[in-house]
Design a protein around this ligand. Sequence first.
Ligand code: F0G
Length: 464
Amino acid sequence: MSTTSAILPPCEPYKIKMIESLHRSTREERDRWIREARYNIFNLRSDQVFIDLLTDSGTGAMSDRQWGAIMTGDESYAGSRSFFELKETINDLLGYEHVLPTHQGRAAENVLFSVLVKEGQTVPGNAHFDTTKGHIEFRKAEAIDCTVAAAYDTTVSHPFKGNVDLNKLEAYMREASESVSFILITATCNTAGGQPVSMENIREVRKIADRYNKLLVIDAARFAENAWFIRNREKEFRNHTIRQIVGEMFSYFDAATMSSKKDGIVNIGGFIAMKDKELYRQASLFNIMFEGFLTYGGQAGRDMAALAVGLREATELEYLDSRIGQVNYLGEKLKTYGVPVQEPFGGHAVFIDALRFLPQIPREEYPGQTLVVEIYKEAGIRCAEIGTLMADRDPHTRENRYTALELVRLAIPRRTYTSDHMDYVAAALGNVFQRVSEIRKGYRLTWEAPIMRHFTMELEAISE
Ligand code: F0G
């Protein structure tokens, strides 16, 4: 008998207490539904979707401890106990003294940018998320993308594709620092494929911010996932806890905007956290105008209570191992079917390179969106284009901005699907890849909003 025991496979550190039924549909139904939705997957009803990988935002499963906190939430208008639970958790985890709750991440951007961003200014950093860019451009200011070049080549492997290119940033600051409002790092960098930013890079960007006397702000939606990558990929942090890494990360920033719908593992919510009392005072005014009083900011007390628990759960190593492990599992499976994926895989999603998947579809016919529609038709899986449609038009020329990457994102909700679901998704994409030569035409826009058009756009299929 062998005395060596097998290495046990990775395994979710939770079990299922409540289930929600899903129903499959037929190909004919899906063809009709997506046409009726004007080929915009945001227009589909959720019961027309079998596996929903549209976003990891607000779609995660809360724990029994979070549901317990919901029942004991304090709904007082001012001075809610639940607010203080949240504030103390943020003080403890992120090290920031001042906290303003908001109803979600973009609301935090709206409030903070109302203080910081003026017409004609710029906000350099790694790639900005679309709502962030929207809130900057809405104020007639400009978002300057200084992400490392490796981020825009899906064939090269780089451990921190979310990093800021320090030379690019330094050169920009030398040229234009008077116009710079603040520097922003989004970690992980969603637009570049959920890719992490290294601690080393954050430290260097801090030095640049100091040299030019600028604030450094973090878009912290997926801060815990970023910390996991730092632990796994930067030698110095191998023996650190996630919370130690989080503490150090945030120490280099002056303020944070947060969408709690990601690494807060709640269904709605956000906040701004900051070190400086004067900034807090200025932002408070806009928070009261746009969001609500300072101790609820658009959230129910119970939501803040659940968020306080969620932030602690999201910064546990066991949870993050399983979470990012599942994303990795799907990515590896897709590779076995030959699907061109971005590597290394991101923290919250696997990104497919639509230009390599559908080289026959010209950029003007939106290959990313064409693939999104095909994946839905194949198996009822909903995912999102992160490419030209999402990038909006250039505000000056009104031309399409053909992004360096045309990606399709399979975003994995937290603690929601099992590896069986991942197997199903991979097999479905394998089928689409097999019949790829049959896809010969893309789509054209028939209606679009002037900003953030992908949410409401309408398209029609181009016939051969
Ligand atoms: N910042 C980042 C990096 C995000 O990914 C998002 C949202 C926001 C800010 C805005 O937060 O939705 O709470 O208002 N991302 C979602 C997504 C929508 O699907 O990636 P929000």
